[in-house]
Ligand binder design. Structure first.
Ligand SMILES: NC(=O)C[C@H](N)C(=O)O
Length: 329
């Protein structure tokens, strides 16, 4: 019999709508985790699902402080021999970011599963109870060990590095469009078909013990006729790193090459990502990264590249070393 702890942070899974058919006009983060657990009843093979209400927020309000608190709590719980796995309930808007952050800083091979819902708990047919049930089943499964932090919604299992929210309001939203699901959860049974290949959790070099904040990194969205003023403003405001969601294969206009090149020379680490949903940003592909000392994001989305860059900056400001991290994680 497995012992699973639930850390609840809010989101639509804990949301309440003013009428039963309400699926988009609702108040997120209202129902306590204890009540959500009561809705799903007993679980096969699970001795106890204990819960802690760590936060009660719309995930738009997630922040580095709560991330650090969550990661520290996870690390403390997972060290305990009486805890077999942890489920984190979370709003879906920033779920993928929290999942990837935890994937890089949680120091345990035990299962950690993030879950949310697209419909509030008051909907005629909410997705939250089944999603929560499946997430607990997954966290209790020996098959979920050593796979990094997982994301489980809509009967699917996803890798936190690759998953993204692909639809603003439908239940079928969490996917890794180019790299695919890791598996499914069917009739109380997780089925894995793929494995994450990138280094994660207890095998990473990142340690958040004692940290109160993360280095400031901003994301800039590339477009025709970028003036470069926002990039300069970000640096003036104290950014230590920038992720540029570039065009195509992370491409930059001649003007933005100069702007970001100058910024890099001031000691700010510049990562070339892309505004395109799929594909890798390749080094020395769209431009000569050696000349500018840029780092490329590989297949990480801009929001995930930002997380890796923040953690990288807790270790080094050297672009070559940071580029290596982007190949490893
Ligand atoms: N479906 C959701 O959970 C969306 C909600 N706004 C949140 O991220 O908290």
């Amino acid at each position: 019999m497995k012992k699973i702890t639930i850390l609840a942070t809010g989101g639509t899974i804990a949301g309440v709508a003013p009428f039963p058919a309400g699926t988009v006009s609702y108040q997120p983060a209202v129902v306590p985790i204890q009540e959500l657990l009561e809705q799903i009843g007993s679980l096969p093979g699970i001795a106890a699902a204990t819960s802690e209400q760590l936060a009660q927020i719309d995930s738009a309000d997630m922040n580095h402080g709560i991330w650090l608190q969550l990661a520290n709590r996870l690390n403390a719980l997972l060290q305990q021999p009486t805890v077999d796995g942890v489920v984190v309930t979370h709003g879906t808007d920033t779920l993928e970011e929290t999942a990837y952050f935890l994937n890089l800083v949680v120091k345990s091979p035990k299962p950690v599963v993030l879950v949310g819902a697209m419909r509030p708990s008051t909907a005629i047919s909410p997705d939250g109870p089944m999603n929560l049930y499946n997430a607990i089943i997954l966290a209790a499964s020996p098959s979920a060990w050593d796979k990094g932090v997982l994301v489980a919604l809509n009967d699917t299992i996803n890798c936190s590095r690759d998953v993204t929210k692909t639809n603003t309001s439908l239940q079928d939203t969490f996917k890794a469009p180019e790299l695919g699901y890791l598996g499914y959860i069917i009739d109380n049974q997780p089925h894995f078909y793929r494995l994450p290949t990138r280094r994660h959790t207890y095998l990473t070099e990142f340690d958040i013990t004692g940290l109160n904040e993360l280095p400031p990194v901003d994301i800039l969205y590339g477009h025709v006729n970028d003036y470069g003023t926002l990039a300069q403003a970000a640096v003036a405001a104290g950014a230590q790193g920038l992720v540029y969601a570039g065009l195509g294969n992370g491409n930059l206009s001649q003007h933005m090459r100069q702007v970001l090149g100058n910024i890099q020379q001031q000691g700010v680490v510049v990562v070339r990502g892309t505004r395109v949903c799929n594909g890798a940003v390749t080094r020395n592909g769209a431009l000569d990264d050696e000349q500018y000392n840029f780092v490329v994001a590989d297949t990480l989305s801009p929001q995930k590249a930002r997380i890796l860059l923040m953690l990288a900056l807790t270790k080094t400001r050297n672009p070559a070393k940071i580029q290596n991290m982007f190949w490893i994680y």
